[in-house]
Ligand binder design. Structure first.
Ligand code: ADE
Length: 247
């Protein structure tokens, strides 16, 4: 996958994307990043990139000519959709990450402090994404969040192919609890079934605990997901059990 990033602060990305799994994905040529400083497309000698809004009011806007020149320049190398980060966008989630991970190319446009002229949004942006209902100082952190969520889904990026499949949200449920050695940690034990070596019982326990966690923490996810017969049975058990056992 090729990802081109348009930003006023390319330096914000370098360490984050060069580290750990995403860093290794770059070294392994599974993803390549190209950074473009929007300021390099400014026309005047002071390299001004923003201007005041028509009609007055607080805040500055990125100058449309500068942003569009930068987008058009990058489109010479990257034919992917242009994604702009804004709290007004559609809320990013795992399903969106999966869809984006099937693209060969993406162009990410980050504003910082400034908003975007409406004509640019309407005519040069393909998708507006928000990473949640709060306001950040710019689109750089959202871009890094989206890159991380998307790149880890690319084939070969996670060492064990299974690990993305078990993620919370991958299957519409939260993950079941996990335990590692020692079996007794400061007097706290591990559920017996996990030590039993009985694969079918372990599978069933994990599914049930996933359902329990989702039922108590994110009931909205249960409502929107269709349950298998086995899941319906397990959920009925959970509902009948003492609510002290909530996930
Ligand atoms: N820019 C500022 N806040 C944002 C948010 N919550 N999501 C995406 N882009 C943003």
């Amino acid at each position: 996958m090729r990802i081109d990033i348009l930003t006023l602060f390319p330096e914000m990305f370098i360490q984050t994307l060069g580290t750990s799994i995403i860093g290794r994905a770059q070294v392994g040529n599974l993803v390549e990043f190209h950074f473009w400083n929007i300021r390099d497309f400014a026309k005047d000698k002071h390299r001004v990139v923003d201007d005041t809004p028509y009609g007055g009011g607080a805040g500055m806007l990125l100058k449309p000519d500068v942003v569009v020149d930068s987008i058009e320049y990058v489109k010479r190398f990257n034919q992917g959709p242009v994604i702009y980060f804004t709290p007004q966008g559609q809320t990013f989630n795992q399903q969106q990450a999966k869809i984006l991970s099937t693209e060969q190319e993406l162009i990410l446009l980050c504003g910082h402090y400034e908003g975007l002229d409406e004509r640019v949004r309407e005519n040069w942006v393909d998708l507006e994404l928000s990473i949640g209902d709060y306001v950040l100082t710019g689109g750089e952190l959202p871009a890094m969040v989206v890159i991380d969520a998307v790149v880890r889904l690319l084939p070969g990026v996670l060492g064990d192919d299974q690990s993305a499949k078990n993620d919370s949200f991958y299957d519409g449920l939260l993950e079941h609890p996990h335990y590692t050695r020692p079996a007794n940690f400061r007097g706290l034990s591990v559920p017996d079934v996990l030590l039993s070596g009985h694969h079918e019982q372990i599978r069933r326990w994990r599914l049930k605990e996933s359902l329990r966690r989702t039922y108590y923490r994110r009931p909205d996810l249960i409502k929107t997901r269709s349950l298998t017969d086995e899941e319906k049975l397990l959920l009925a058990e959970i509902v009948n059990e003492c609510s002290d056992e909530r996930g």
